[in-house]
Structures are given as C-alpha cells and as structure tokens.
Design a protein around this ligand. Sequence first.
Ligand code: HEC
Ligand code: HEC
Length: 343
Amino acid sequence: MFLKKEIENIFFGIKIICSALILLIMLTLFFYMGFVDFNFNAFPIEETFEIKKKYDVNVLDESPKSKLVKYGFELFQNTSSYIGAGIDDSDKVFSGNNLTCSNCHLLAGTKPFSASLIGVVRRFPQYRGREHKLGTIQERINGCMERSMNGKMMTVDSYEMKALVSYLKWIGRDAPEDGKVFGQGFMEVKLPNRAVNLENGLMVYKAQCVLCHGSKGEGIKGLNNKAYEYPPLWGPDSYNNGAGMSRVITAAQFIKGNMPYGVTYESPILSDGDAYDVAGYINQQKRPIKINLELDFPDLNRKPVSTPYPPYADEFSLKQHQLGPFQPIIAYYKQKFNLIKKK
Ligand code: HEC
Ligand code: HEC
C-alpha cells in the first residue's frame, strides 16, 4: 500500500520533468526556426539614448551669452521648478502644469522624431494655420506654453523667453540655413482604416504604459515631490485640449517613436494600430479645457483633421474628428479643396 503510493509519486515527478523538458526543447526549436520572436534589442543600450556631447551645455564658458544658453537649457529640462504653478514668485509663473518642455521634446529637444528642436529657430518665421499668419519662434514657443503647458504667454523680452530662444539657437548652430534637419517632427504612422478601438487602447495602456504613467494617467512624482519622474497623460496637471498632443494622429506618431520610454524611431515596439488606439484612449480622458478655441484656425480649411474641438469646415461628426476613421475626412479635403492633410 505504502510502496504503491511512493511509486505513483515518483512516476508523477518523472512525468512533470519530461513535460517540462519537451516544452523547453520545443520552444528552443521554435525560436531557432523563427516562429517565436523575442526582440532582445527592444530597449536600446544606454549610450544611444543620452544627450550627445555636442549638445551638452556644460562645455560652455561663463560669459553672459553662455549663461543665457545654460539657463535656457535648465528651463527646458526643469520647467516647473522655474516657471511652474508651484513656485514662490508669482510673477514668474507661466506654465499652468508641472510638465517640462523635454517631457515631449526628449533629450532636451535633441532626440530625432520627438519634435526635435534642432534648427527650429531657422525654420521661423513660418506660416501657421492655427493663427493664419506668419508666426515667430517666440509665438511658437508661447503656443506650447499656452497649450502643452496649459499656461500663459511669456513676453518676447522676458528673461525666460530670451533664454529659451538662446538655447534653441545654440543646439541649432550647425543646422543648414533653412533649419531643415533629420528627425524633425514625428515618425510616420500608417493610420488604420477604422476608428480608434478604445478597448484595445485600454489594453495597450495596461500592458505598456500604466507602470510609469499610473492607472489614472496621473504620472509619478520624484523624491522632492515637485517635479515628475513620469509625467501625467491626463487629468488637471496635463496638457490641455488645445495642445498638438491632444490630436490622435500627432499623439500616435509621438508614441510610436518614443514610448514606452527608451524606444527610438529605429526600435519602435508598438504596432501602428496599437499606437493609434492607445493615443485615442489617452485623449478621451479628462484634461484641462482651453478657452477661446473657436478662434483657432480663422481659415477652417487649414484645421488638421484630428483636431478634437469644433468648429470644422466639413460635416463629419466631432466623434469622427476625435477617433477616426480619418481616411474619409482626408479624402474630402483632397477632393473639395485639393488640400493634402496628414494630421
Ligand atoms: C505635451 C507635449 C509638449 C510639451 C510639454 C511641449 N511641447 Fe512643444 N510641441 C509639442 C508638439 C506635439 C509639437 C508639434 C505640434 C504640431 O505637430 O503641430 C510641438 C512643437 C514645438 C515647436 C515647433 C517645432 C517645429 O518643428 O516647428 C517648438 C519651438 C516647441 N514645441 C517648443 C516647446 C517649448 C519651449 C516647450 C516648453 C515651454 C514645449 N514645446 C513643451 C508638444 C509639446
Ligand atoms: C518606463 C517608463 C515609461 C513607460 C512604460 C511609458 N512612458 Fe511615456 N513617458 C515616460 C517618461 C519618463 C516621459 C518623459 C520623457 C522625458 O522627460 O524625457 C514620458 C512621456 C510621455 C508623453 C509625453 C508627455 C506627457 O506627459 O504627455 C506621452 C504622451 C507618453 N509618455 C505616453 C506613453 C504611452 C502611451 C505609453 C505606453 C505605450 C508610455 N508613455 C509608456 C516614461 C514612460
């Protein structure tokens, strides 16, 4: 009786070991035959993901001009500590949230395809559809200040504005005359020919984003409890609904080439469809509302198709402008006005 039970146990053990061995052999075989694909290079090594020597402000001297550049860099990297909602000197409060410029323009504005700002000063003045006029670099910076930072305009002659422009000039010192450089804007994403799938967006969020950005998109603050280690994606301390990032197409492109943190345009992890869905999911959540948005785009034909707020120069619904499918809207403007729209 006793013996039989022991023999049974031994046989059971052997079975488990054999099954595990077979599974291991099969997995190894599949891996070599290419059925199972582990991407060991998904996270690029540290060296390719840091600010290049060429853009390190520490090489600069202590002249007033260099000091302005260095302060511009500081402002760009730690925006909320200098001009954020929580500082003591209320005259210096410009940004309405605690994001930093480099939360979206990664590696202090030098990372390719995260709206790299190398050469940007030379790309201005530039026609801007949102205002329907030629805009200056200062106006463009204020555009991000009022929307991405949910804040208020800095005057052109303020020390802060001068510092930011000086820093951006400095990182673009070797850019060509027209300011056009590799890595401007964002990676292209092939838009699925369907509306955003919010359920899949939530699934992608839970699998790939929640760890750093939190289940309520609230982000995670660092030790000093002021600046974010991981910035919020929605809620009261995020970008407002007038920001470029609040457009699904723009957000999908940013996410594809930059998130989860560590990916580059050379090593994206998300499929185009997943980037599109998670972008839609984020932008359907509550965020600060910008006033007077109806004044944007005096020439309504210039409004990007995924602008999430009305009015529009077409009959497509608000929902379709927020969540797609965008192909019919793009086709409409092509056919009616011969306008090629990409965002
Ligand atoms: C929430 C994300 C976000 C933050 C924060 C942000 N930006 Fe931007 N910025 C964008 C996006 C998105 C674009 C491109 C918009 C578009 O495609 O129309 C952009 C564009 C720009 C441009 C024009 C780039 C070009 O190639 O023409 C400048 C200059 C700029 N931002 C400066 C700043 C500065 C300075 C700050 C901090 C005060 C800042 N941004 C903060 C998202 C952000
Ligand atoms: C490992 C941590 C990590 C993960 C995972 C991650 N992020 Fe981020 N994310 C960051 C950090 C850090 C920044 C700011 C980058 C900087 O300042 O250099 C950021 C910035 C952003 C921004 C722009 C800034 C803002 O607050 O709006 C967006 C949008 C974003 N992430 C979306 C996503 C999405 C979507 C995913 C999932 C697909 C994701 N992130 C996964 C760490 C992460």
